[in-house]
Design a protein around this ligand. Structure first.
Ligand code: NAP
Length: 277
C-alpha cells in the first residue's frame, strides 16, 4: 500500500443526496490547496459495519455520520469520546493510523460556535435557555449549553417522556415543561433554540406562540432548509437577535476537517456561499 495516498473523507447516511457537507469540505480542501476528496455515501443498514470497516483500507481518513446512523455507528467504533457517549450519538468517525476507529460528536461544538459568531454578545452563563424539542439534536444542544455554563434550561417536547429522559441524563439545571406551555416560558429566555424538525421544508410549521419573546433575546433554529424559518422571521420582527442553523452545520465540520486533513479551516462568508451553492 502506498504511503502517498490522496486522503478521502465522506458523509454516510440514507438518504444522503441532499447533504451540503461535500460542497463544504471540498471548498476547504480547495482553500487550503490540499489534495483530497469528500463524498456522499448512501449505505444500507445491513452493510453499515462492513463498509465502515473497509473504509480505512480504501484510503478514508474519516467520515461524518448522519440520519439514521448516528447511534448505530457507536457500536462499530473501537473508542467513543466522553461527549459522544453522553449525547448517545456520533456525527464523526476518525480512522486512526493504527487501524482503530474513534467516534465523536461535534454538533454541540458547532452549535455554540455558531452562536458565538452570529450573536457575539451572547453568553451562555448569563441567562436561561429555552430548548424546544428533545430528539437527538436536542441532546447535543443541551449537553453543550450545560458544558458552557448555562445556569437554567427550560425544555419542552411534544412527547414529554423524552424530555424527562434528557433531564435524567443531564441533571438538575433542566426543567421540563409541557409542550402546550411552550409559548409561556419564552419570556424567561435569554436564548431560544428550536431543535425540532418543525419549520423544515416539507414538515409542518412550528406553531408555538411567540408573543412572549423579549426584545434582544437570541433566537436560533437548527433547521436550515429554509435558511430563514418562520421562527427566525417572527423573532427578527420582535427585535430579537437571530442566528440561522446553517452556521451550526459549518462549525461542527471545523474540528472534523482539521483532524482528517491537518488544517483548521475558518467559517466565513465564502464558506456559507460554498455550502449553499
Ligand atoms: P429527531 O431525533 O427525529 O427529533 C425530532 C424532534 O422534533 C423531536 O423533539 C420531535 O418531538 C420533534 N417533532 C417532530 N415532529 C413534531 C411535531 N409534529 N410536533 C411537535 N414536535 C415534533 O431529529 P434530530 O436529529 O433531533 O433533528 C431535529 C432537527 O434538527 C432536524 O430538522 C435536523 O435537520 C436539525 N439538525 C440540524 C443540525 C445543524 O447542524 N443545523 C444538526 C442536527 C440536526 P417528539 O419527541 O415528540 O417526536
Amino acid at each position: 500500500m502506498s504511503d502517498h495516498r490522496i486522503p478521502l473523507a465522506a458523509v454516510i447516511g440514507s438518504p444522503i443526496a441532499h447533504s451540503r457537507s461535500p460542497k463544504l469540505h471540498q471548498h476547504w480542501l480547495n482553500v487550503h490547496g490540499l489534495a483530497g476528496y469528500y463524498i456522499p455515501m448512501d449505505i444500507a443498514s445491513d452493510d453499515l459495519e462492513r463498509v465502515i470497516r473497509m473504509m480505512p483500507r480504501m484510503g478514508f481518513v474519516g467520515c461524518n455520520v448522519t440520519i439514521p446512523y448516528k447511534e448505530k455507528v457507536m457500536k462499530v467504533a473501537d473508542q467513543v469520546t466522553d461527549r459522544a457517549t453522553l449525547i448517545g450519538a456520533a456525527n464523526t468517525l476518525i480512522f486512526r493510523t493504527d487501524g482503530s476507529i474513534m467516534a465523536d460528536n461535534t454538533d454541540g461544538y458547532g452549535f455554540i460556535e455558531n452562536l458565538r459568531q452570529g450573536a457575539p454578545g451572547w453568553d451562555a452563563k448569563a441567562g436561561t435557555a429555552v430548548v424546544l424539542g428533545a430528539g437527538g439534536a436536542a441532546r447535543a444542544v443541551v449537553a453543550a449549553l450545560a458544558d458552557a455554563g448555562c445556569p437554567r434550561i427550560l425544555l419542552t417536547n411534544r412527547t414529554r417522556v423524552r424530555a424527562e429522559k434528557l433531564k435524567d441524563d443531564f441533571g438538575k439545571r433542566i426543567e421540563v415543561h409541557d409542550w402546550v406551555q411552550a409559548g409561556n416560558i419564552l419570556e424567561e429566555a435569554a436564548l431560544v433554540v428550536n431543535t425540532t424538525s418543525l419549520g423544515m421544508t416539507g414538515k409542518p410549521e412550528l406553531r408555538v406562540p411567540l408573543d412572549g419573546l423579549r426584545k434582544g433575546t437570541v433566537v436560533t433554529d437548527l433547521v436550515y432548509s429554509p435558511l430563514r424559518t418562520r421562527l427566525l422571521a417572527e423573532a427578527e420582527a420582535a427585535d430579537c437577535i437571530t442566528v440561522d442553523g446553517l452556521g451550526m452545520l459549518l462549525h461542527q465540520a471545523v474540528p472534523c476537517f482539521e483532524r482528517w486533513f491537518g488544517q483548521r479551516p475558518v467559517v466565513d462568508a465564502a464558506t456559507r456561499e460554498a455550502a449553499l451553492r
